[in-house]
Design a protein around this ligand. Structure first.
Ligand code: SF4
Ligand code: SF4
Ligand code: ZN
Length: 153
């Protein structure tokens, strides 16, 4: 929910920073399945080829094997698995975007496209602190949030 709202005002400048310099990119089981589907290989093979354990993300978590640059990043062409990229990449540069609470979301400052997004996010956070609609039903349905976003969603 929050991801859709946030992506609505995020303008990607296609600098590639996120794919060239990302910290560990978490893979969920669903991400692995999706990558396996992309390459038409069994999920276990995808795990062996592309995943490593990533204790820095939490115990038992896994991440894409090479992150700097990401092993799926091709200079000039971008992400080779774009339609099957992990959830963490979909949500970039927003951290915690799977949360229902806008207040829990932060933005990676290494993303130039995030500068405007950050200003908008701060306005939304300020608004959701006192808005009963946001607190009760979530910011996705709040008309005031839509106004702040300039009705981009
Ligand atoms: S760092 Fe941000 S602006 Fe640059 S390519 Fe990634 S998402 Fe787009
Ligand atoms: S999987 Fe794709 S979008 Fe994600 S970091 Fe790698 S190249 Fe970038
Ligand atoms: Zn609201």
């Amino acid at each position: 929910m929050a991801t859709q709202i946030l992506q609505g005002f995020m303008t990607c400048e296609r600098c590639g920073n996120c794919c060239k310099n990302a910290p560990a990119i978490e893979l969920t089981y669903a991400d692995l399945l999706s990558i396996a589907k992309h390459f038409s290989i069994p999920v276990e093979e995808a795990r062996q080829l592309y995943a490593r354990s990533a204790n820095e993300l939490g115990s038992g978590k896994i991440a894409i094997k090479n992150a700097k640059p990401c092993m799926f990043y091709a200079e000039g062409a971008g992400c080779e698995i774009y339609d099957h990229r992990p959830k963490a990449c979909e949500q970039y540069p927003f951290i915690g975007a799977s949360s229902l609470s806008m207040g829990a979301i932060t933005i990676r400052k290494t993303c130039p496209g995030a500068v405007t997004a950050l200003e908008t996010l701060e306005k939304i956070k300020e608004h959701t602190r006192t808005c009963q609609v946001c607190k009760t039903y979530g910011s996705a349905v709040c008309e005031e949030v839509k106004k702040i976003l300039g009705r981009k969603i």
